[in-house]
Design a binder for this molecule. Structure first.
Ligand code: DAH
Length: 343
């Protein structure tokens, strides 16, 4: 009996000091102490030699020993899984991890979000339309008749298999798609990418971005158009910027206008950017042509509206001092990582 207790004590010491460098050693521990022919089982077998009056007391000691061994086994197991094993296999988990570079928004996205959010505050809802479009939505419904120069192969990318399909040349196609839905009034802002068959250079590209606006309701007037765009300009370029409207022509609006703002580089005194005029053109606009409303099953006798369209690249280039439009689409991180704003 005494002997047995001494044996248990010495096993306990042995177990306490056991160190397992890897999973294999942990398994060796399990087999040696907790296996079917292991130490614990063995000592349990001694129960039969213990006198009956000592059985209860000895049973307690044995049970404690078993729990002690099992606890040790659990702790060896979890430590081995926590890196001791990795260390043994040559991986040092204390080394710092690879740094994740912080992303930033593309300058076109930043400018797009700025423009769109100003109109959202006026209650304009964002929508998008397809970049591969049919002739109806890109041209015909917009009152661009069959022989209009804008349809020229020089400008438009047509889909070879089906010349009725093309890459949209402007975001005005979204106007038509939204009006065709037949839900009035409409107050929408439509950003997107457009394509034109132009020679790529520092100043022009074969794809770029626009934001289109559309407002259709009863009694919408040119005064509403001007007020909306004045608000936009003040929010976008500041309170001191002056605005001028010049008469213009677009087949889908009547009357049509182009809007200029005082050059935000020189403040209106004249520089290279504004070609010494002091003004920069920022958008085209006008009252939606009655033919366009009719094409979309809207009664021009009851409803009227205004539309406008502006490019994103030019204001972005001016704001960020970018002198080559091709930089936007080259995906050079040295360029992109300079735009860290979160809007
Ligand atoms: N779609 C025209 C363009 O790409 C821009 C434009 C002008 C849009 C007048 C309009 C508008 O909605 O009313 O040049």
């Amino acid at each position: 009996m005494e002997q047995l207790l001494e044996k248990i004590e010495s096993y306990k010491k042995e177990i306490e000091g056991f160190k397992a460098a890897d999973v294999k050693a942990v398994e060796e521990f399990r087999i040696k102490y907790l296996g079917t022919k292991g130490v614990v089982k063995n000592i349990m077998g001694e129960m039969k030699n213990v006198p009956t009056d000592k059985k209860k007391e000895f049973g307690q000691v044995l049970n404690d020993f078993k729990l002690f061994t099992e606890d040790k086994y659990e702790s060896l197991k979890s430590n081995a899984g926590n890196g001791h094993q990795a260390k043994a296999s040559g991986i040092d988990l204390t080394l710092p991890g690879d740094e994740m570079p912080l992303g930033s928004r593309h300058p076109i996205t930043l400018m797009r979000n700025r423009i769109v959010s100003i109109f959202e505050r006026l209650g304009f809802a964002v929508a998008e339309g397809p970049e591969i479009e049919d002739d109806w939505h890109n041209f015909t419904a917009l009152n661009l008749h069959e022989h209009h120069p804008a349809r020229d192969m020089q400008d438009t990318f047509y889909v070879q298999q089906n010349p009725d399909w093309l890459l949209r040349t402007h975001t005005s196609n979204v106007q038509i798609r939204e009006m065709e839905k037949g839900v009035l009034p409409i107050r929408g802002i439509y950003p997107g990418r457009v394509y034109r068959n132009e020679t790529v250079s520092a100043r022009s590209h074969c794809f770029f971005h626009q934001v289109e606006g559309l407002y259709i309701d009863e009694n919408v007037s040119f005064a509403d158009l001007k007020q909306t765009l004045y608000f936009f300009v003040k929010e976008m370029y500041g309170k001191d910027v002056k605005v001028r409207f010049r008469p213009s022509y677009f087949p889908f609006t009547e009357p049509s206008a182009e809007m200029d703002v005082t050059c935000f580089i020189c403040g209106g005194t004249g520089c290279n950017i504004c070609k010494k005029t002091g003004w920069v053109e920022i958008l085209g606009c006008g009252m939606v042509h009655p033919n366009v409303l009719t094409n979309c099953n809207i009664d021009p006798g009851k409803y009227s509206g205004f539309a406008f369209g502006m490019g994103i690249e030019r204001p972005a280039m001016l704001k960020y001092g970018i002198n080559d439009i091709r930089l936007f689409s080259e995906n050079d991180v040295r360029f992109l990582k300079q735009f860290t704003s979160t809007i």
